[in-house]
Write a protein that binds this ligand. Structure first.
Ligand code: PBG
Length: 325
């Protein structure tokens, strides 16, 4: 035996000791719950690949949000399935669009809840792309005006924060200008700064019926192989006036979350996306993993990497688990 034999196990001896030295603590205020608004009344349609997640009509989404607040959820992010889709995604910026209705209903039901509106066109366009399409190409600059209109109409409906996720160049700056011009200088922007072209969005596209009708999103979402480019994307959104920088998906990109947390002085969000949720659910349903344990381990790892907030379909389950501590 050496004279000084190191024994890190000393601090792992009991649960209380482990609690005292624990570096990362999850709290209910870490989570943002995604919700999907759909047309109709009294609709609660479970998404087959996302057990526990539903398409909700406006009346139901208000109830769901109120119940989430009761549990301790501080924020929600809203997506919409419009009545009908068209070439330019007009349902995204219609005064009475599905998300605009949902924002008003949730605001009325639970005034204090932070309401974030996802600002994109893909759920509303007939071709399923996140921008305007001409001759099979997703055009950048013509899409900006529509994204800005979407953000302003979401602010008009009462959203606290808009979250541009289309990955069009310049979208944050154009949206900031449009919001300011419309008198919404207090409305924040959570920028999907680093959004990768990912296979993990599969279940979401089923939930939001937003799979592209042709091609894919690699022409605007980022290549999974790149991290220096992620810095550049984040720098641009920072310069354009983003209030929060978001990385998506989360677990395969924890290195990016960590770098952004170290390099930027804005809050960092990470989106634990549909496929990441679905994989845990599926394995758990097969009895192959302990769902609660894997859920908490996953969310802890995202926070440990440097996320200040986590968008997750597990928000409620995680809060319930925390309340048993
Ligand atoms: C819209 C958008 C997507 C997600 C969030 N906003 C889908 C996509 O880019 O295809 C995915 C969220 C998830 O998978 O949970 N552009």
């Amino acid at each position: 035996m050496p004279d000084l034999f190191h024994r890190p196990r000393r601090l792992r001896k009991t649960e209380n000791l482990r609690a005292l030295v624990r570096e990362t603590q999850l709290s209910p205020a870490d989570f943002i719950l995604p919700l999907f608004a759909c047309p109709g009344e009294k609709v609660r349609r479970e998404i087959p690949s996302m057990p526990g997640v539903h398409n909700l009509s406006v009346d139901e989404i208000a109830k769901e949000a109120a119940a989430a607040v009761e549990l301790g959820v501080k924020g929600v992010i809203l997506f919409g399935l419009p009545e009908s889709k068209d070439e330019t995604g007009s349902g995204a910026y219609h005064e009475n669009g599905i998300v605009q209705q949902a924002v008003r209903a949730i605001r009325a039901a639970t005034p204090e809840l932070v309401i974030i509106a996802d600002t994109c066109l893909c759920e509303y366009t007939s071709h399923g792309h996140c921008g305007v399409v001409r001759d099979g190409e997703v055009l950048n600059d013509p899409s900006l005006e529509l994204l800005a209109r979407t953000a302003v109409s979401q602010a008009q409906a009462g959203a606290d924060v808009v979250a541009p996720s289309a990955m069009m160049d310049g979208q944050v700056g154009v949206i900031r200008d449009a919001l300011d011009e419309a008198g919404f200088e207090q409305i924040g922007i959570m920028a999907y700064a680093v959004k990768y072209a990912s296979g993990f969005y599969g279940p979401f596209r089923e939930a939001a019926d937003s799979a592209p009708a042709f091609g894919d999103r690699r022409g605007y979402q980022m290549d999974a192989a790149n991290s220096r480019e992620a810095m550049r994307e984040a720098e641009l959104d920072y310069a354009e006036g983003a209030d929060i920088l978001l990385v998506k998906p989360a677990t395969c990109y924890l290195d990016i979350v960590k770098t952004l947390h170290e390099e930027f002085d804005l809050p960092i969000a990470a989106y634990h996306v549909s496929g990441e949720y679905a994989m845990i659910k599926a394995a758990a349903q097969n009895g192959w993993i302990d769902e609660e344990r894997v859920m908490m381990e996953t969310l802890t790892s995202i926070k440990r990497a440097g996320a200040d907030m986590i968008l997750t379909y597990y928000a409620r389950e995680a809060i319930r688990r925390l309340s048993r501590n």
